[in-house]
Design a protein around this ligand. Structure first.
Ligand code: ADP
Length: 204
């Protein structure tokens, strides 16, 4: 069904200012409330707008459709991932803690002399070392990290859903994104899961 010029104008206003009352919509259009009553009822019946009593009108078109979730779930990790924070195996626990603060991440990836992923070091790994009898300046991260082959990784072409699934079932905060030679090219974390979901909800 084709929408009228005015109905399209109403949709634009609601998208920008939701929730918005019919009185406010009418004011913005410079016409009476009665004049837009039919338009609002048509847009509500078409499931383009939703009217919540005492709150106002919301734009809901497509928000209930499951295609949206499908598209999100299939989105490749490379379009979502963040920059990885990477250190070498001989870096001290002390320097790893400083790096974690400066870079504002919860997990650091460790690489070997061939620049391949060899470990993951998390906040808890560093805390554990800090409450023991260790000289944090002399102890290398290689003594505290989780090592290959126990690291759960993800590939750049894998999906958002697969990455979220691995994080969920393994109860970890993040995954190193690696190429087929185990070179670390990104980081996919719980924050990526949450922010992509929120952005997606607003932008579609
Ligand atoms: P935090 O220590 O900040 O709670 P995690 O829950 O991610 O962070 O880490 C818990 C444990 O899991 C740590 O010992 C860490 O080394 C390990 N770990 C973190 N990420 C991974 C991963 N991708 N693969 C395997 N082990 C991991």
């Amino acid at each position: 069904m084709d929408l009228s010029e005015r109905q399209r104008e109403i949709i634009k206003i609601v998208k920008e200012d939701e929730p918005i009352s019919s009185k406010e919509i009418a004011e913005k259009l410079g016409i009476s409330r009665a004049a837009i009553r039919t338009d609002l009822s048509v847009l509500t019946k078409l499931n383009i707008l939703e009217a919540k009593p005492k709150v106002g009108y919301f734009y809901i078109q497509g928000r209930n459709d499951l295609d949206f979730l499908d598209r999100l779930f299939n989105m490749p990790v490379k379009e979502i991932m963040s920059m990885p924070v990477i250190i070498k195996e001989d870096v001290s626990i002390y320097d790893a803690i400083v790096t974690m603060f400066l870079e504002d991440v919860g997990t650091i990836f460790v690489i070997n002399e061939k620049n391949r992923l060899s470990g993951v070091i998390s906040r808890k790994d560093l805390l554990k070392m800090s409450i023991g009898q260790n000289d944090l300046h002399k102890t290398p991260v290689s003594l505290a990290m989780t090592r290959m082959p126990n690291i759960i990784t993800i590939g750049p072409e894998d999906s958002y859903f697969e990455a979220a699934r691995r994080i969920s079932i393994n109860k970890i905060d993040s995954l190193p994104v690696v190429d087929n030679k185990l070179k670390v090219i990104g980081r996919f974390s719980k924050t990526n899961i949450a922010s992509t979901l929120v952005e997606y909800r607003f932008n579609r």
